[in-house]
Ligand binder design. Sequence first.
Ligand code: UGA
Length: 451
Amino acid sequence: MNVTVIGTGYVGLTTGASLAYLGHEVTCVDVDEKKVEQLSQGIMPFYEPGMKELLQSHPERIHFTSSYWEAVMGADVIFFAVGTPAQSDGSPNLTYLFSAVEETVGYLRMKEKSTVLINKSTVPVGTGDKIAQKVKEASLETTVRVASNPEFLRQARAIQDTFYPDRIVVGGDEVSDAILSQLYSGVLNQSFAAPAYAPRPAGYTSPEYILVDRRSAELAKYAANAFLAMKISFINEIANVCDRVGADVKQVAGIIGKDVRIGSSFLQAGIGYGGSCFPKDTRALQYIADTSGYDFKLLSAVIEVNHSQKYIMLQKLREQLGELAGKQIAVLGLSFKPGTDDLREAPSIPIILELLAEKADVRVHDPVAMNKARSLLPDRVHFAEQIKEALRNADAALLVTEWPEYISLSAEEIRSLMRRPVFIDGRNAMAASDFENADMDYLGIGTRNKK
Ligand code: UGA
């Protein structure tokens, strides 16, 4: 099939590159000409494991352009995968989406061939109906269908999640159903050769294909992210209770996760969720509920808990060191999670800004996100090229992102570099017993730490 993908962010690029891998002819459109030029030369706009290899696997089937004319005229399906950033009231900004829709519909008028418009951007319920209305106003409703196809991929696992999803959700009618099930047949039947950089998970068979109405598909995307965010905020509150009553959240999470009704994933307590999705989508769902006249109290609590959770690390730090002024603090990890250089809503940034406000000397390290972080942090922050450089003579170390290179450090090695033996693990990722053996003060979040 001839596929056009509008928007070359995580979702757009992964969709385009994976569909080209599966045998479709793909055109990726972006209004940013510099980005188009760089992508044409194989230069990636962000760090995502395997993405460069995926893009280079079938260069003859994927190309990049800024021209809507070129992209729209030959397409059987057109994906919208543009950003929908949060506005100050929490509502998503749909300007980019509707300008892409307007532009596309303008060219569709000059085209005879039928086309399916598929929205992949996370949008409020009813946005698909608004796109369908634009199509109707242009008298194109007999040849153009509008479907919703929400995306559930995670950054740092984008390719795996695209090739081996739990489900493929289509919100639309029987025409879009027929086209999309054909488009995704390679994934539905798992009939492709798994690439070395994204091997098929053991035991994986195939995804479930779910056809629903457009509004349910749109809401399901928000509901999925809000539910996962709720699991995180819930276990974080349990961790805070553990800290007060002397229980261990890792053990508690292990026990409750064994119940298949609860499930063991997304019960890793720590300093809360970040990234471009959970914070934005929980606020957007709150806005959607509010504007529909419903006060979604549980969701408000999820957001509130997540906001305060990151500062628990600093409370623990003050309890250990007293005044932070003049203290050398090593911050390990900047990106919102390992495997990405994305700093959007990363807890590291407000934590560092608070440390600076309290006049601490801050040294940071991250395996991939340091360059992006330089423009977000004041000059006073010392960017350490090596982990050892960040830890040397530090009064305390804060593990903010659980990159494997930090987890593999031995407690003895950390102890030998630091001035004071204080290690605060904001992700409960290190082996606490190693620190106890090395005679260090190790503090997790709700992990009943000993000194
Ligand atoms: C999330 C969802 O997991 C995807 O299914 C969804 O498609 C995506 O948002 C999106 O809407 O585009 P992502 O933001 O890439 O994906 O990252 P996750 O791996 O879900 O992690 C989000 C945050 O939650 C991270 O900050 C992570 O550290 C935190 N987290 C995750 C926890 O604190 N505890 C956990 O147990 C799991």
